[in-house]
Design a protein around this ligand. Structure first.
Ligand SMILES: Nc1ncnc2c1ncn2[C@@H]1O[C@H](COP(=O)(O)OP(=O)(O)OP(=O)(O)O)[C@@H](O)[C@H]1O
Length: 226
């Protein structure tokens, strides 16, 4: 269980997260949706221990970040290391010894090549492979489906479902509602640094319809397309 109490974050004078209260349990998948700039990535960075913040983030672990895999929208890959070396680096950090990495190459990546030469989608797949092989208990996936081919998206969706069965905690942000609706137990709607709504599976269709109607009424109609 991860418990977030009154989490606030400022960048300089700008408040980006405003008194967020959330709880994430084991064996559950959570979606976070919200417009660009709502604060999703900042929330993830705070939970992952990459940012200072006000409020508390507590869990059953002494150091949550030692049990947490964060997939960033644009993973950082060091120059001059191969895909294989990247995976080794991350798994070594968790004292996991991998005998044959090629056997665990779920996305058929060219692991002998420098990771910095990978395409955007390949970088994301490498970073995801590494955090999965770390055998984390908590996974935070920031737009995991974005920029990744259809086949790999199907694989990622299936992996997320398996992580749930393994009693892991998975938190996902996505701008593609259907991918969240297929996997999530609960979806939180973020706006201007606040969680404004919690939606459970039974209401996913209503949420999608409301969002569509709101967007079309307020945004697309401005174009006055004839
Ligand atoms: N390092 C930073 N310094 C200053 N402001 C920042 C920094 N990182 C993010 N912000 C600001 O914080 C706000 C929230 O950004 P964040 O990246 O968390 O949003 P998001 O919901 O993940 O957006 P998107 O859907 O576009 O990825 C934005 O106004 C952004 O400009």
């Amino acid at each position: 269980m991860i418990k977030i109490d009154k989490l606030s974050k400022f960048y300089g004078k700008k408040q980006v997260l405003n008194s967020i209260d959330l709880e994430f349990g084991k064996g559950k998948i959570y979606g976070i949706v919200g417009e660009n700039g709502a604060g999703k990535t900042t929330l993830f960075r705070c939970i992952s221990g990459l940012e200072n913040y006000k409020g508390t983030i507590s869990s059953e672990y002494t150091k949550l970040k030692d049990h947490l895999g964060l997939l960033l929208t644009e993973p950082f890959l060091f120059p001059k290391i191969t895909g294989e070396e990247y995976i080794q680096l991350l798994t070594n950090a968790r004292q996991k010894k991998l005998v044959n990495i090629e056997d665990r190459n779920i996305f058929d990546l060219p692991l002998k090549k420098y990771a910095s030469t990978y395409s955007t989608g390949m970088k994301k797949k490498l970073a995801l492979t590494a955090i999965l092989l770390q055998e984390n208990n908590v996974f935070i996936l920031d737009e995991p489906f974005n920029g990744v081919d259809i086949q790999s998206n199907l694989v990622i969706t299936e992996i997320i479902k398996r992580l749930k069965k393994l009693e892991k905690t998975v938190i996902i942000s996505s701008h593609i509602f259907s991918t969240l609706a297929e996997t999530c137990d609960e979806i939180y709607l973020m706006k201007n640094g606040e969680i404004i709504r919690k939606v459970t599976q039974i209401d996913f269709d209503n949420l999608e319809n409301e969002m569509k109607e709101f967007t079309i009424r307020n945004q697309i109609d401005k174009l006055d397309l004839k």
